[in-house]
Design a protein around this ligand. Sequence first.
Ligand code: NAD
Ligand code: VAH
Length: 325
Amino acid sequence: MILITGASGQIGVDLADELVTRHGPDAVLVTDLRVPEKLRPNRVYDVLDVTYMESVEKIIQQHSIHTIYHLAGILSATGERHPELAWNVNVNGVRNVLEAARRFGCRVFWPSSIAVFGPTTPKVNTPQATVTEPGTMYGATKVTGDLLCKFHATHHDLDVRSVRFPGIISHAAPPGGGTTDWAVDMFFQAVRKGHYTCFVTEETRLPMMYMPDAVKSVLDLMDADDDSITVRTSYNLTAFSFSAGELATAIQAHIPDFTVDYEPDFRQEIADSWPQSINDGRARHDWGWQPEYDLNAMVKDMLHYVRIRVKKEAAEAALDSGSDD
Ligand code: NAD
Ligand code: VAH
């Protein structure tokens, strides 16, 4: 059986859908600390706290797990507010999963982040191998995870594969406390209110990716021949880069009255410490990485689904208030 940790989160909800489509509902065990807002009807669900080694081992044994998608984590903004929590979940979590995978012979996917880079890294077209001196606790945990993956791959022959995701944009589950959350929030506020107050400046430019491409990248990497994998830390990955102002303009092409103002908060400093664009040539060369969505295609698709979701929420709220009467 396949195990997903952190499956109630932004990436987990979409990845679980795709894995269930591919392998069937009984082949995928979705786990998290919390039950997702709306658990899909045909999911095999269990509670798993990845910081407890005994729990990780027990679940692997009980369900004969052969592959682990380890998504449980604390994101950058929450990590700056709660650094000890970030270290415990991100570092002890990945260490437990890698160690247990080694003992029980599982394959592992683990997402790192472009947050491994920091103020001393080249900001434009950031290379695969370069300075990794992040300014955040989140980044420190991700660099540690990159190195732990390499250690287990090279010392224990563990089949662990990893990508350094940029900011991921999606509509099915909300983002979980990151610095790139503005790129998702802007869509929902554009549709709900026609106005958004953005927590980074108009000029802030970051590497991003639409969720269907993120899910595809995970599956492509896991499907790749072992011989083709030359990066045992974590692959740089990107789809496109845009600034907050450019995203606003792209949304305004569909919602002309949409307005944005900018009130940067503590997340600005984190965003400013990250690359503006990423060189993912190694992923393209080694396992044929190729994103399908550019900025305009992503915006069109996002608005389609966000509109459906907002309408559905309004209809549910109307039903709820009717049933109170
Ligand atoms: P998210 O915050 O939406 O989901 C993470 C999930 O982990 C949550 O559902 C949370 O309940 C769960 N969790 C927290 N502590 C746990 C614990 N002790 N045991 C088990 N579950 C726990 O995050 P996401 O966006 O889905 O990210 C998943 C992974 O991908 C993380 O490692 C994140 O760093 C990485 N990543 C995400 C992005 C992005 O833009 N979403 C970009 C780069 C890397
Ligand atoms: C965050 N979305 O903002 C995540 C991600 C590259 C950004 O790691 O924390």
